[in-house]
Design a protein around this ligand. Structure first.
Ligand code: ING
Length: 331
């Protein structure tokens, strides 16, 4: 009996600095309505989908940036998404900036800020929450940069790990679903932690500039999309899972983000891709039986992985220099 889920990547075009959440939420509800007409059962929205990509703006007083965050989910502003989910019987993934009042590792309860995503059932239950682990960019104002990328200033490193949950979705009684966010897709460790929990569907949103804003060297423009797709296709193939990767795209306050949202199968093939850099819905039927081949042969982790050889992966943070060969090196 095949297990098939019809999904959509609901790509968003730009959200300008001055545009409120209501504009974004209305656009997302329209995409859910279109998804419903196509028989879609799960919609994946981008990272930080409710506002402009505000980490490009420096605020001396970090509290000034609180206006970009959600102190609750759902909230009055996001309630229409939950209502649409119930109305259309569609689950959804949403990326947003989260403010939480919770204890830190010292036990101190304080205001904490995360780059967060949630997976919501058609009934409005939050099935899974994830907080972005790999925060790119920098924490202090970087004068040499064309555009700032201050995720390390506005967010703490995610403290929920990379969780996977088996939950009902669409007509299926259980699917193993996990999430990551944007820069996480470039780190194979993130994919493998999900793969080691038998993930079948990875959902991720991203906001990625279309040109390199580091003054660190030349990078041909076409490589931006290539590297994004390469990371997602490799992650899906090497963990025998599906991936739905959804962009926020277009020109936000003069800064261009690329689109090219994709849906990828466990063979690493792109089965659907957005062709605009605006609001666009791409859909696919995911047959989770396609995960079986990889996880019972090439990537049968229990038969082939050798953790005793991987110690560096968790014991080291940065790379170290290798030993230097010399003629009289010990053989
Ligand atoms: N954005 C970018 C991303 O990882 C980036 C940052 C762009 C890093 C290009 C490296 C190269 O897609 C976010 N929001 O993580």
């Amino acid at each position: 009996m095949s297990r098939i889920l019809t999904v959509a990547a609901a790509q968003l075009g730009p959200i300008q600095n001055a545009e409120g959440r209501d504009v974004a939420v209305q656009r997302m509800v329209r995409l859910m309505e279109r998804a419903h007409k196509r028989g879609v059962e799960l919609v994946v929205f981008p990272e930080l989908a409710l506002t402009t990509f505000f980490p490009r703006h420096y605020h001396d007083d970090i509290a000034v940036a609180d206006r970009w965050f959600e102190p609750a989910m759902p909230s009055n502003e996001t309630a229409p998404l939950f209502e649409a989910a119930r109305k259309y019987g569609i689950g959804f993934h949403l990326g947003y900036a989260e403010i939480a009042q919770e204890a830190d590792e010292t036990g101190l309860v304080r205001k904490r800020r995360f780059n967060t995503s949630v997976l919501v059932s058609p009934e409005g239950d939050i099935l899974l929450k994830y907080r972005k682990v790999h925060l790119p960019g920098h924490a202090a104002f970087a004068p040499q940069r064309v555009v700032q990328h201050l995720e390390k200033r506005y967010f703490e490193v995610g403290n929920l790990g990379f969780p996977v949950i088996r939950a009902p979705m669409g007509g299926l009684e259980g699917i193993n679903m996990g999430m990551m966010i944007c820069n996480d897709r470039r780190w194979p460790e993130a994919w493998r932690v999900l793969g080691l929990q038998s993930v079948e569907l990875v959902m991720l949103g991203y906001n990625t500039p279309s040109i390199n804003q580091e003054a660190g060297g030349f990078e041909a423009h076409h490589l931006r999309v290539f590297h994004s797709h390469l990371s997602i296709q490799a992650g899906a193939y090497q963990n025998a899972c599906f991936a739905v990767a959804t962009a926020k795209a277009g020109i936000e306050d003069g800064c261009e983000l690329f689109g090219h949202s994709i849906i990828v199968n466990p063979q690493g093939e792109i089965v659907a891709m957005a062709s605009t850099w605006d609001d666009e819905l791409i859909t696919a039927d995911l047959d989770f039986g396609l995960c079986t081949l990889g996880r019972t042969t090439i990537f049968a982790f229990d038969q082939h992985r050798r953790p005793e050889a991987y110690e560096r992966i968790t014991s080291q943070v940065g790379a170290v220099d290798p030993p230097v060969w010399s003629k009289n090196s010990a053989k």
